[in-house]
Design a protein around this ligand. Structure first.
Ligand SMILES: [Zn+2]
Length: 268
């Protein structure tokens, strides 16, 4: 829960900042303040909606705290230290493995670079709508086969952590929108992630759905929670049929499982 230190820095207290969410690594917090307030997380300017709503997210390895500053129209300012709970991740150490060729062939490096640019661009969109307020459901039915933050250390070398939640299910199982949003990327054949959709939920919050076998929506389409996006697959560099669901707040990778309804086979 929120452990908040409250400091009025600019004299009279002029407005309030109400925060709700997961104050934990990989978590998302929703704020409510005066519509004309200006909000900063550290030195980062945060969009405030006309209703006074804003969001901030914490990375997998977020520090113990971050500072949120609110500047109100009357010139007063409040500052809060957000305490961010540390998590322990599933780390697998595997030694004595023969070194594996993981570098892609030169011919595809250009392609990967271009595709990474597309994905980055889609994630940096800062849309004014508050689609994320629709709430969240799971985008597919299936068994959880991979969790956020897990990491393998091969022959002493830490690999890139896993940032999604993997839902294992047969090819063709429906993928639906977990929240309202707009399709900002719909590509059938990306090198790593195969059939890929990115949904923008507003204010820099986006969902990505990877390894899909078919896509039912095109870029630009507005979707409501529960609308069909496509089907589970094993396209791109996937070892088996599954949906890898990721959530970003701009460049920060969040844990989708913290937003979706709790389930018995997942603990956070
Ligand atoms: Zn995955």
């Amino acid at each position: 829960m929120a452990l908040v230190l409250f400091v009025a820095a600019g004299g009279a207290y002029a407005g309030s900042v109400d925060l709700k969410g997961d104050f934990v690594q990989g978590g998302l917090v929703r704020g409510q303040t005066a519509p004309d307030a200006r909000i900063l997380l550290g030195s980062r300017k945060i969009r405030v909606s006309p209703q006074g709503i804003f969001i901030v997210g914490f990375t997998r390895d977020a520090p113990a705290s971050e500072t949120l500053t609110a500047k109100f129209a009357d010139g007063t300012e409040t500052r809060q230290v957000l305490k961010i709970r540390k998590r322990t991740y599933d780390i697998q150490r595997i030694n004595g493995l023969p070194p594996k060729m993981v570098t892609p062939p030169k011919a595809v490096l250009k392609r990967i670079k271009r595709e990474n640019g597309l994905i980055r661009g889609a994630r940096m969109v800062d849309r004014p709508e508050i689609y994320f307020d629709s709430g969240w459901i799971w985008p597919a039915k299936g068994r959880i086969s991979g969790v956020y933050g897990s990491q393998r250390v091969l022959n002493g070398k830490p690999k890139r952590p896993h940032f999604g939640v993997d839902i294992a299910a047969p090819v063709g199982v429906k993928v639906i929108a977990p929240a309202d949003g707009v399709v900002v990327l719909a590509e059938l054949n990306l090198y790593y992630t195969g059939g890929t959709i990115i949904l923008d939920h507003g204010h820099g919050l986006s969902s990505a759905f990877l390894h899909m076998s078919s896509l039912s929506v095109k870029k630009g389409r507005k979707v409501r929670q529960g609308d069909l996006l496509g089907a589970i697959g094993k396209t791109g560099r996937a070892t088996g049929a599954h949906l890898d669901w990721r959530i970003n707040w701009f460049d920060r990778r969040l844990d989708p499982a913290l937003l979706a309804p709790k389930r018995a086979d997942l603990t956070n």
